[in-house]
Design a protein around this ligand. Sequence first.
Ligand code: WT7
Length: 651
Amino acid sequence: MSSESFENLSYEDRTFSPSETFIGNANAKSDIYDEANKDRQAFWEKQANRLHWDKKWSQVVDWQLPFVKWFIGGKLNASYNCLDRHVLEGRGDRVAFNFEGEPGDTRTITYTQLLSEVCKTTNALIELGINQGDRVAIYMPMIPEAAIAMLACARLGAMHSVIFGGFSADSLLSRIQDADATLVITADGGYRKGAAFALKPAVDEALKGVTNVKNVLVVKRTGQETAWGGRDIWWHDLVDKQSDKHNAEFFDSENGLFILYTSGTTAKPKGIYHTTGGYLTQAAFTHSAVFDLKPETDVYWCTADIGWITGHSYVVYGPLINGATQVMYEGTPDTPTKGRIFELVEKYKVSILYTAPTLIRTWMKWGDEYPNGSNLSSLRLLGSVGEPINPEAWMWYREVIGKNNCPIVDTWWQTETGAIMISPLPGVTATKPGSAMRPLPGIGADVVDDEGKAVGNGRGGYLVLTEPWPSMMRGIWKEPDRYKETYWSRFNNLYFAGDGAKLDKDGAIWLLGRVDDVMNVSGHRISTTEVESALVSHEAVAEAAVVGAKDEMTGQGIVAFVILRGGIEAAKGDALVKSLRDHVAKEIGPIAKPRQIMVVAELPKTRSGKIMRRLLRDVAENRAVGDSTTLADPNVMKLISEGLKSGKSED
Ligand code: WT7
């Protein structure tokens, strides 16, 4: 098995080129690849000059594998770059955030206003004794104060550790402990699915554990009844009385900016640690080049929560450095109607929309009447992130949301990479539906076999990054050995991303999902993603999840779980399952035919929308279902197990 590559079974030959007008006006033109290839360091220096530096760096990069430093000796302030600079240069009246609460309350916040809120919050943090290098846990709903809190920490050179508001008290405690945070910033609650949910009780619960937290700063969002203790302080009591002036101090380029926890292969989350100069450089460059932001005229909306890396790089740092006008929305996409996102696109005339395939497929399932019910003509560019986007969903996104008028950028990156690494450039690349295409200028990526040798076009293997990049994580917080082991031990001198990928005959990169999501059927490696894509391209299927289940004959057998589109009856049963199996065989090859297809009502997903294949494997292998505490909807597994009894099919 050692030198075997992933099977490369399907080929997409549709391409979509940008319009002449888009090409002509694009921020990034085709010569940018050559420019970066000629001199990578000079290229990144040029990008670093997008930022305001109080003191210029003396060395561009110091690479002692696996540890990197960028723009050494330079001094800057992240918050100054996001705010002060715009105000000083006359852009203070520009709207930074159009905030829309789920209940329909709105706030318009200009750059001047955002700066004064951040200064007040910074002064409040100083009063609470926060210093450079301290860690502050932020556990918030998606409201402007979440971004304000992050920027206030950054202004002081303190590190934020944002913990997604959907995580439990236990997860919160372990993250507070691991980072040794001394302050928690939270809210009484927020709004989701038409109701107020509480956050503060989870903080109280978490802080029953042993921590060094001295204070909890609480934003009043919902006004719900909230237990109160000696360390608790209302945001409005402390922040509102502060001066709205604060002179930003400039910190070393390698000063810590944040820690963000992400799950790994073990139960303990990894504290991914990012610093300032390199991170901001790549966040700002990619946000401008990939989303083609025109700050004077665009309205940009990234639907990610601030609790994820996407919210850090493409709601807070990248867009604010670039002076973007954004939409920020607190709630869920189906509240009060399944057309909420589209109504907001129309209301705020959103021109750039960046979202996740899971939401795109959900929209497909809900039906075209929702997007068709709003005027989406303001849109000019669409983005996707988080998982492979199957060609079917890509085409739907293009046609139904983009009206065949918007380039789509499928952006591959990770919490660890800090910023986008592989993506089309919207004014350069002729895109293929479902492919992230090629590494961005200044980025080195390749696909290698088990021995770390490049597989070449037309073959599949492991995705690796071949050159250090500015926004690279600087490590796993307090775990240098785990950092080396996880990312740098699989191949010599290469960063292993954990993803399978293939290069098509033209050298375009197709992500195949995590390597542990790759199945081995009769000695052939087949990606779960590829089979899922095939299933979703069948007219009856809205969403599909595929796992490899142990099989005595073939090593692994392919087991598929599918959700049918509205209007299609599961009752068609065997005939439908047969037609799906034949369809997969036709799309990919007989080897990829699922052994078993189960029609289900829902799939088990984490709160960030990732399908928990581990749980599906348990079902597929007839085991008791394992730990499902991170499921967004705890009832899903029960429904699936019940569905299994009725919807099972084998031949
Ligand atoms: C993993 C990283 C980066 C922000 C959101 C997720 C998968 C991400 C894509 C894409 C295929 C993708 C990969 C990656 N992934 N973007 N465009 N196409 N797969 O961040 O939680 O750190 O997850 O998400 O498997 O390794 P994350």
